[in-house]
Design a binder for this molecule. Structure first.
Ligand code: ZN
Length: 273
């Protein structure tokens, strides 16, 4: 599943191709994604792209006249810039032909992605963004913020980190890795973690995400990178998908448990409640 670093990498990859270009044509080959692609998407034809941004795992293409295209890669989506003459692949559902002679294509085998159109001064007023917590890499995400957000939460810290209402974009891999780095057991009740440990946790989350963004993401093999190579962050993971392998700090076998139907990996020696 594309995680926040892959989405950020995608944003950095496509933005230079889109900004200041105008949309010559919108081609919709399949409309039945997670939400039906609205007919109004065609209204962006002829409009100039003024910017591209990200909120949580959504990408927003800003166009003149307060038009916006909001995209989500879902479970298996990807975006790439191609020559319009390139043959469509099976799951290339939507294409935006640009005035630069290139084309942006949305590819999504499982069709859990979203491509929608929204006209508003501020695209963040769209209902998709209504209940999202702060961005993990922005100033609002601090230990003090977490302390107040978690103060009555008895839920396990791992699950609260993956809750988009608390903080967006901390997926399973990043939650497991940052809890290891902060030395916090993933089943610790969220409200029990002291402010100094929350500081460590915030720093760990930010370090893990930044490192992964620098390396172009962890999981997605099909996103646009200039050299076309997949990310290799996975090789440096401390705990994720390393059940039974020795902890890189103490040598103890990494354990796997299930929390909220998702696998959690941790070291029972290095991570304390
Ligand atoms: Zn260990």
């Amino acid at each position: 599943m594309p995680e926040l670093p892959e989405v950020e990498t995608t944003l950095r990859g496509i933005a230079p191709h889109l900004i200041k270009a105008s949309i010559k044509e919108v081609i919709v080959r399949r409309r039945d994604l997670r939400q039906s692609v609205p007919l109004s998407l065609a209204e962006i034809e002829g409009r100039i792209v003024t910017g591209v941004s990200r909120r949580a795992k959504y990408l927003i293409i800003h166009l003149k006249g307060h038009h916006h295209v909001i995209l989500h890669l879902g479970m298996s989506g990807s975006l790439r810039i191609v020559d319009p003459a390139t043959e469509f692949r099976t799951h290339d559902h939507i294409a935006f032909t640009l005035s630069t002679g290139k084309q942006l294509r949305f590819h999504d085998p499982r069709r859990f992605g979203i491509v929608t159109h929204f006209i508003a001064d501020d695209p963040l007023t769209h209902p998709l963004f209504a209940s999202l917590g702060p961005e993990p890499l922005e100033d609002a995400f601090t230990a003090r913020y977490l302390q107040s957000a978690l103060k009555t939460m008895k839920r396990a810290i791992k699950l609260t980190l993956m809750d988009n209402a608390i903080v967006v974009g901390v997926g399973n891999i990043y939650a497991s890795e940052s809890l290891f780095i902060a030395g916090i057991h993933p089943a610790t009740p969220a409200c029990k973690i002291s402010l100094p440990r929350l500081r460590l946790l915030v720093n760990s989350i930010q370090d893990v995400l930044r490192r992964s963004i620098e390396q172009g993401g962890t999981t997605l093999r099909d996103f646009l990178r200039e050299n076309g190579e997949p990310g290799y962050f996975r090789q440096q993971l401390f705990v994720y998908e390393r059940e039974g392998e020795p902890c890189r700090h103490c040598g103890t076998a990494i354990k796997k448990i299930t929390q909220g139907q998702r696998s959690t990996y941790f070291c029972r020696i290095c991570q304390k409640k």
